[in-house]
Design a protein around this ligand. Structure first.
Ligand SMILES: [Zn+2]
Ligand SMILES: [Zn+2]
Length: 169
């Protein structure tokens, strides 16, 4: 499937077609080509650390199958439009930082530009700034004396010697 095919199908997943979705599809598509050739199966996903949350997350999830649920997509909220990709099998990684886009273009032309302009006009490729965060350790749990619900101990808020959950603290 070519990138336009991925974009159309990602639109069904996302619920609408938009420039943000196109950005995610392009970044993931290129990262998949650059890092993914050795990926034998879809159970070992390319990992993505996105630096802000927007429509592009669905493009990434759709193209690479890297999701919040399977742990291969995480947010490191720097407020930048940038995406780091990691191949956990080979250790290779890269980061795409979104360049200024010709936003004055009509929407359809802008989307086409995002999907098919030369890559170096859409993203600046840099080394990743940090490794992909390791899977969260299974944390100890506490029962909140305020609401009686169980929660992760490392989220506890302490008040008057009591360990309260984030709702009650
Ligand atoms: Zn959207
Ligand atoms: Zn509570």
């Amino acid at each position: 499937m070519d990138i336009h095919g991925y974009y159309k199908q990602a639109g069904n997943f996302h619920g609408h077609l938009c420039p943000g979705l196109a950005i995610g599809v392009r970044a993931a598509f290129e990262a998949g080509q650059a890092l993914g050739s050795q990926m034998a199966d879809r159970h070992n996903h390319i990992q993505c650390l996105a630096e802000s949350a927007a429509c592009w997350l669905d493009g990434i999830q759709f193209v690479l199958g890297s999701t919040f649920g399977n742990g291969a997509l995480k947010i490191d909220d720097t407020g930048k439009s940038a995406f780091s990709f990691y191949n956990p099998e080979t250790g290779e990684s890269l980061r795409y930082y979104l360049l200024d886009l010709p936003r004055e273009k009509p929407r359809e032309e802008l989307i086409d530009y995002i999907l098919s302009a030369p890559l170096e006009k859409v993203f600046c490729r840099t080394p990743v700034r940090r490794p992909f965060p390791p899977r969260g350790e299974k944390a100890a749990e506490l029962i909140c004396p305020g609401c009686g619900e169980k929660f992760r101990a490392d989220r506890a808020l302490y008040r008057e010697g009591q360990a309260l959950c984030p709702h009650c603290g």
